[in-house]
Ligand binder design. Structure first.
Ligand code: CFM
Length: 540
């Protein structure tokens, strides 16, 4: 690996330029990793104003991330038009209806388009009008209302409006609101939590219908169908004879949320955005959850084996092995074809709250080393593992997010497997039952782990270590490419994907091989880099 020794110099080099207070704070978020003896990292605290964070807002996490991919809810943004507009399909979350009769509101952008007068005199009437209009036009099963910053500042009560509207429609349409004002938490992570709470209150458990006839019934939590990932995952489960009862929330519908409690196992993919729902489903209905990663072909195979181990069924175990063997033929061929282009290259991943970890599996398959990685808004447990949760201090910002108390549903709770049995099974196969070990155990000693990377730190990382590929989002893309390094967007995959599962791995191998083996970005020079400077003086 290039400059491995130098990675230790990074922290000192960057914080030297910061004012004292900033330097002190940032030093705690820039760590040289040690997988044997995992160091503490500062995470999920307020961004320092002016450092140019990669983060988004609480509204984005609630409306854009968790609820956005569900096709048959009318999602109304209560606020100025920009909030609705910029959360409108930029994430490339896809959906697929089963027939033309199915509702799909994803292509629409619903907003109350608040104006100055609504800010001064209140926007509740305009909101009611918007709900009525949406119902009149689309007659949906459910309407969700999302609060933006000004709504919180002026005190519009979206929950009260939702209740009044439900009554107006004789309870035939489920209307509910979210207090997910952009400023409510330190990042979009707060929005996930708020979304999870309301999903639980308003949808989960509303319908006891058992869909499908397959024996093995699972929920997929924290998968959002970016670039068609869910379609590939659905294909694999179907091939194995596994019934996907619900996905939170890629390619999802309201009914799938309402029936989630009829599954027998929950898989958690993005731990950051949805672990709350996994826990609620376990507490209320007795559905255990295990951590999986379906990014990477080997990781997908591992996840399938975990499911088969949990259900303790020889028939399923045999089927899973058969599917893996079949799928891996193409995967291995594709991998071998690109390895000469990818082996020995280096990558940096700075994205979200789970992909900076999950995508390392795919890079490992390409023999590309991740030399620096970090989340925008992960918590300490996403870095260091869930074992640190009891030691995470609750601060004023986290206290601001409602914790709902979930109780056992006396009528519908069913113990799928006793705790003793699960622990015994866990000894034979590492199911990661109720567990997530985080990003740090996977990264090599000395590599850089940086939380809430600033723009200056990103520039410095590239300047000092020249990675072969940098993974982040659109805010970073063109800046990085102008520095001569290709950037792969890991939020919306640029125009690519799917990257999940087996076929997705093949897509990723090919896309990355192409990117790391071109020198085009190094050829790009700004005019002042290639032309002689012409000096001039102002004429008076
Ligand atoms: Fe989870 Fe996501 Fe992510 Fe995320 Fe996101 Fe996303 Fe992400 Mo962008 S839910 S944490 S809030 S895996 S939108 S689909 S890519 S930052 S790493």
């Amino acid at each position: 690996m290039k400059n491995k020794k130098d990675l230790a110099k990074f922290r000192e080099t960057v914080i030297e330029k910061y004012p004292n207070k900033v330097a002190k704070k940032r030093a705690k978020a820039i760590i040289n990793n040690d997988p044997e003896n995992i160091p503490e990292i500062q995470a999920n605290i307020r961004t320092i104003p002016g450092i140019i964070t990669q983060r988004g807002c609480t509204y984005a996490g609630c409306k854009g991330v968790v609820l956005g991919p569900t096709r048959d809810i009318v999602n109304i943004t209560h606020g100025p038009i920009g909030c609705g507009f910029y959360s409108w399909l930029t994430r490339r979350n896809q959906t697929s209806t089963t027939s033309d009769a199915d509702e799909n509101f994803i292509p629409y952008c619903f907003s109350t388009d608040m104006q100055d007068s609504n800010i001064v005199f209140g926007g509740e009437d305009k909101l009611k009008q918007a709900v009525r209009e949406a119902v009149e036009l689309f007659n949906p099963k459910a309407v969700a209302i999302f609060s933006t910053c000004p709504v919180g500042l002026i005190g519009d009560d979206v929950h009260k409006v939702a209740e009044q509207m439900r009554e107006e429609f004789d309870n035939k349409i489920n209307v509910f609101g979210f207090s997910c004002e952009g400023y409510r938490g330190v990042s979009q992570s707060a929005g996930h939590h708020i979304a999870n709470n309301e999903l639980y209150r308003n949808l989960i458990g509303n319908d006891d219908t058992m869909v499908g006839s397959a024996k093995y019934r699972i929920n997929m939590l924290g998968e959002y169908n970016i670039g068609g990932d869910a379609f590939e995952i659905e294909r694999i489960f179907e091939k194995c004879g596994i019934q996907l009862v619900s996905t939170f929330s890629g390619n999802s519908t309201i009914s799938s949320f309402e029936q989630a409690h009829t599954a027998d196992l929950s898989l958690v993919m993005c731990h950051r955005s949805i672990n709350y729902v996994a826990e609620m489903l376990e507490t209320s209905f007795g559905i255990p959850w295990i951590k999986v990663n379906l990014i990477g072909a080997d990781s997908t195979a591992k996840a399938l084996r975990k499911i088969a181990a949990y259900f303790e069924d020889d028939e399923l175990k045999a089927k899973v092995e058969e599917v893996i063997a079949e799928e891996m033929k193409d995967v291995n061929a594709a991998r071998e074809a690109v390895l000469p282009k990818t082996t020995g290259k280096s990558a940096m991943l700075f994205v979200g709250g789970s992909r900076a970890h999950h995508y390392q599996d795919l890079f490992e398959e390409l023999e590309i080393k991740t030399i620096a990685a970090g989340y925008e808004f992960g918590h300490r447990d996403d870095y260091e593992g869930r074992r640190v949760i009891p030691s995470i201090k609750i601060d004023a910002d986290s206290r601001n997010i409602e914790e709902i108390t979930v109780k056992r549903d006396e009528k519908r709770y069913k113990e799928r497997m006793t705790k003793e049995k699960l622990e015994e099974l866990q000894k034979q196969v590492d199911l990661e039952y109720n567990d997530y070990k985080g990003l740090m155990p996977q990264m090599e000693k000395g590599t850089l782990v940086i939380d809430d990377l600033s723009h200056y730190e990103m520039d410095k990382l590239i300047e000092m270590y020249q990675p072969d590929i940098f993974c982040a989002g659109v805010k970073e893309k063109y800046v990085v490419q102008k520095m001569g390094v290709p950037l792969k967007q890991l939020h919306n995959y640029d125009s690519g994907g799917p990257y999940a599962g087996f076929k997705g791995a093949i897509n990723f191998y090919n896309d990355i091989a192409m990117m790391v083996s071109t020198s085009i970005w190094k050829e790009v020079k700004a005019p002042w880099e290639k032309e002689e400077m012409i000096e001039a003086v102002y004429a008076c």
